[in-house]
Ligand binder design. Structure first.
Ligand SMILES: Cc1cc2nc3c(=O)[nH]c(=O)nc-3n(C[C@H](O)[C@H](O)[C@H](O)COP(=O)(O)O)c2cc1C
Length: 261
């Protein structure tokens, strides 16, 4: 089938009269745990095409501006309602982006190594300057090594001691673009990879909490990371556990709304 790039397209396989314009109303004021004040309204206009060819038994197909088929519709009776609902969901914030939160009530339950592999894979799917992929990840699950690594944590990060897996993220300047005007991209690109990883971990129902609070000399020594690399963050991983051992301040942030400017 021909792709219709650049517009939201609806391919209809029957002559059905359907509105072109749809109002989107994103309102997250009700979800107080994540949003204080997010209320957006806008309108999109679909380009409607009729087609005879259909091997899928569907009566309509929604195609996004990148040419991807995003949804097939099967019921003529509910088509208009289904399209409205689909479009509204399409413009919602991705649920793994909003559900991600730096929780601290980490349980010591082990994480399947396949999930850990997928986390790293999701990180590597990030874009990077000239595809340099400057990032390096070490997944630490082995108990002795994990305990040694945890010795690099200061008192304030006491909550991370329960974690069954920590991912150390390191990179060096020479492994990425270094452009004029101090545009060194190694930290930026590695950050994007970590962003993917955090969102993917959320999808798996995992807490993935990045920290800067560790002693880099101790951590680098435990992990054999050469000195010319920057150990950027440790990502503390785990399933949600018991919050009763957290400090009063951390118990509060555990249940508080995520503050944004
Ligand atoms: C680079 C970086 C360093 C961080 N260091 C710590 C840390 O050492 N200890 C900690 O408890 N949280 C740490 N955090 C978590 C932040 O406090 C948290 O992301 C921020 O308050 C926003 O909350 P949210 O992640 O729940 O949305 C760090 C986050 C980032 C991105």
């Amino acid at each position: 089938m021909e792709l219709y790039l650049g517009k939201y397209n609806l391919i209809l396989f029957e002559k059905i009269d359907i509105p072109k314009k749809y109002k989107i109303n994103i309102n997250h004021q009700k979800n107080e745990f994540f949003y204080k004040n997010l209320n957006k309204e806008f309108e999109i206009e679909l380009e409607i095409h009729y087609s005879e060819k259909n091997d899928n038994n569907c009566i309509a197909m929604f195609i996004d501006p990148l040419g991807n088929v995003r949804k097939k519709f099967y019921s003529k009776n509910t088509l208009e309602r289904d399209i409205k609902e689909f479009i509204n969901n399409l413009f919602d914030i991705d649920e793994n982006i909003y559900l991600r939160k730096s929780y601290r009530a980490i349980s010591n339950k082990k994480i399947d190594s396949n999930l850990l592999d997928l986390l790293i894979y999701s990180a590597k799917l990030a874009p990077s300057c000239a595809n340099k992929q400057p990032w390096n990840f070490v997944v630490v699950t082995e108990e002795d090594k994990l305990n040694l690594l945890k010795e690099s944590l200061p008192g304030g990060n006491y909550w991370a001691k329960n974690s069954p897996a920590i991912i150390a993220v390191y990179a060096k300047k020479d492994d990425d673009c270094d452009l004029s005007d101090n545009r060194e991209y190694f930290l930026f690109d590695t950050g994007m990879a970590v962003g993917n990883l955090l969102t993917q971990a959320t999808k798996f129902g995992l807490i993935a909490h990045p920290i800067a609070g560790f002693d880099p000399l101790i951590a680098k020594k435990v992990l054999n990371i050469p000195n010319n690399y920057t150990l950027i963050t440790l990502i503390v991983l785990g399933y949600y556990g018991n919050s009763s051992n957290l400090s009063e301040k951390h118990k509060e942030t555990e249940n508080s709304i995520r503050i944004r400017k």
